[in-house]
Design a protein around this ligand. Structure first.
Ligand SMILES: [Zn+2]
Ligand SMILES: [Zn+2]
Length: 501
C-alpha cells in the first residue's frame, strides 16, 4: 500500500527548489556554481535535521499528503481511496520488538517505502513557509537539500548565521537543524568540498568510521557482478575528484583496498584505466539509459548450478525458439539465493533460544542435558507452524505428553502417568542396550545417532485430573501422533501402538 501511494507522490519531490537527487547531481551543481559566482569570502555550511523521520507529525503528514494528492489528475473516488490509504499507512505502524508488539505514535515509519517521500515533502513545505521567508535569507547564496541534509553558502557574518539558524529552529517544534560551517572545507554526502584562491574543488569524503566493506572477490556472486564493482567504484572516484592529482592518489588507495579483498590486479587495473580515460563532465550528466524493448529475461536464484542451467538453455535454444513466445534469445539475471545465515537460521529455528523453555531441567538428573531449550517447536509437516510450550514442568513432573526428537528432526510422541524422567531414561536404555521395541530405537541404531543427541520436551501437562488419567493421556497422545504425522516412517512412533488403542 505504501509503495502504491509512493508511486503517486514521488513525482512531487523533484519540484522542490532545493532538490538534490544524488552525489552526481550535487557535483554538477557545484561545478556550475564555481563558474558563475565567486564565493571567495563566503562560508560553506552544512546542516541536518535531527531525527527527521521520527519527528514528522502524523496528523500533519496526512494533511500534507492529501494536499498533494488533490493536485493529481485523478477521479474523486481514487483520490478518496488514496487518502484513506495514507492515513492507514501512517497511523498503523505496528512493529515487533523483543516479542512485544508496539504501535508507533510519533513520526513516519523508517521502513515504509513512502517515508522518504513524505519526509522530503514535509521539508519542502517547511522551506517554503519558514526558510525562504526568513528575514536573513538574502544572505544565503544558494540552498540545496538531499532529504534531511542541507548544503548552503552563507554570504553574511557568523553572528548572522547563528541568528538565521536559531530563527528557523524556532518555527516548528519538530524541525531542529544542527549545523557546521567552515570557510575553506566542508563535507556533504560523500563529497569533500574545498575552496582555495577562489577555486572550488571536490574530493572523496571518507567518514572516520569508514572501513573496507567492499565485497570479497571470493564471495559466491556472479562473476560479472564482482568484476563490475571496481568499474563502478573507480568511476565514482573520477566523478567526485575534480583534481587529477587527487584522483591518482585516491585511486592508489582504492587499488590497495580491492587487492585486500582478493580482486585480481588485472580486473582492478582495467577499471582504473577506464575511469582515468573518461571525460569527467560526461560522468556527471544524468545517466540517460534509453528504455529499450523489454528483452526476454530468464531470472533464477544464483546457485552452484545456475551457469549449467544457462548453458543448457542456450545449447537447446534453437529448439526452444520454435515456441511462439520465445522468439528472442533470453538475457539471464540472477536473484540472490539463500545465504549461509538464512540456511542456518531456518534449520535451527526451533531450537534457538528465543525465550526460556517452560519445561525446565531440575539440574540434578541425567536427562537434564536432553531438554530442548526453546519456547516453541515447529510442528512437523506444517510448513513452519509453531507450537508454543507453556507447561511449567520439570524432570519430576507426572502425567505428561512428551516429545522426543532425533538429530534428523524425526519426532516421537509419548505419554506417561509416571515421572517424565523415568520414561526418558527407559527410552535411552532401550537404545543403549539395542532392545528394538519401536522405530525410535531402530532408527537411532540404523542412523548411528549418538545417545547424547536425544532431545525432549513436554507438550502437555495434565494436573489435578479426577477421572482415568491414563485414558485421557492416551487420547491426547493419539491426537498428536495423528496431527503431527509422527507414525513411522514420517516419524518415530510405531503402527502397533496406534492400533492397540
Ligand atoms: Zn533433571
Ligand atoms: Zn534421526
Amino acid at each position: 500500500m505504501s509503495q502504491y501511494i509512493d508511486g503517486h507522490l514521488k513525482q512531487f519531490v523533484p519540484q522542490a527548489k532545493s532538490y538534490i537527487k544524488d552525489s552526481s547531481h550535487f557535483l554538477q551543481f557545484i561545478d556550475q556554481m564555481a563558474q558563475q559566482i565567486s564565493i571567495e569570502h563566503f562560508f560553506l555550511v552544512t546542516a541536518d535535521v535531527v531525527a527527521l523521520y521520527t519527528n514528522v507529525p502524523q496528523l500533519a503528514a496526512v494533511t500534507l499528503v492529501e494536499s498533494y494528492l488533490s493536485k493529481l489528475d485523478i477521479t474523486d473516488r481514487k483520490s478518496s481511496m488514496l487518502k484513506e490509504m495514507i492515513s492507514m499507512v501512517i497511523n498503523n505502524n505496528y512493529f515487533n520488538f523483543e516479542n512485544s508488539i508496539y504501535l508507533q505514535t510519533q513520526g513516519v515509519a523508517m521502513g515504509a517505502t513512502v517515508a522518504p517521500t513524505i519526509a522530503c515533502l514535509y521539508m519542502t513545505q517547511f522551506e517554503e513557509l519558514f526558510v525562504y521567508t526568513s528575514l536573513l535569507f538574502h544572505q544565503v547564496i544558494c540552498w540545496k537539500r538531499f532529504v534531511d541534509d542541507v548544503f548552503f553558502v552563507w554570504g553574511g557574518s557568523i553572528e548572522d548565521l547563528h541568528k538565521f539558524i536559531n530563527d528557523i529552529n524556532l518555527k516548528d517544534p519538530n524541525i531542529t537543524f544542527t549545523y557546521q560551517y567552515n570557510q575553506h572545507q566542508i563535507s556533504f554526502l560523500d563529497i569533500m568540498i574545498s575552496k582555495y584562491n577562489n577555486q572550488i574543488s571536490t574530493s572523496l569524503y571518507k567518514k572516520p568510521s569508514d572501513r573496507n566493506s567492499l565485497l570479497q572477490y571470493g564471495s559466491f556472486h556472479p562473476r560479472a557482478l564482482r568484476n563490475g564493482i571496481p568499474v563502478g567504484q573507480f568511476l565514482r572516484l573520477r566523478r567526485i575528484c575534480s583534481n587529477d592529482e587527487d584522483f591518482n592518489k585516491q585511486a592508489m588507495e582504492l587499488y590497495d583496498k580491492f587487492k585486500d579483498r582478493g580482486y585480481p590486479g588485472k580486473v582492478i587495473r582495467r577499471a582504473w584505466k577506464r575511469a582515468k580515460n573518461c571525460h569527467r563532465p560526461w560522468l556527471m550528466l544524468p545517466s540517460n539509459r534509453q528504455q529499450k524493448e523489454p528483452d526476454t529475461v530468464c531470472v533464477m536464484p544464483f546457485t552452484g548450478s545456475s551457469n549449467a542451467i544457462k548453458h543448457i538453455i542456450l545449447k537447446y535454444w534453437p529448439i526452444l525458439q520454435s515456441h511462439p513466445s520465445l522468439s528472442q534469445r533470453p538475457k539471464f539475471a540472477f536473484s540472490r539465493g539463500p545465504n549461509l545465515g538464512e540456511k542456518l537460521k531456518y534449520k535451527h529455528s526451533d531450537t534457538s533460544i528465543v525465550q526460556r523453555s517452560p519445561h525446565q531441567p531440575c539440574g540434578k538428573c541425567i536427562v537434564c542435558n536432553h531438554v530442548i531449550n526453546a519456547a516453541h517447536l515447529i510442528i512437523p509437516f506444517s510448513r513452519g507452524r509453531k507450537f508454543y510450550l507453556n507447561t511449567d514442568t520439570s524432570c519430576d513432573s507426572k502425567g505428561v505428553i512428551y516429545y522426543i526428537r532425533c538429530p534428523c528432526h524425526k519426532v516421537y510422541i509419548g505419554q506417561t502417568t509416571r515421572k517424565i524422567k523415568t520414561r526418558i531414561i527407559e527410552h535411552m536404555s532401550s537404545i543403549r542396550t539395542k532392545r528394538i521395541t519401536a522405530p525410535l530405537v531402530s532408527h537411532w541404531l540404523s542412523e548411528a545417532h549418538s545417545l547424547s543427541d536425544l532431545q525432549y520436551t513436554v507438550l502437555i501437562h495434565v494436573k489435578h485430573f479426577q477421572g482415568d488419567l491414563s485414558r485421557l493421556l492416551i487420547q491426547k497422545e493419539q491426537r498428536f501422533i495423528y496431527n503431527w504425522r509422527t507414525l513411522y516412517p514420517d516419524g518415530l512412533n510405531s503402527e502397533i501402538e496406534w492400533l492397540l488403542v
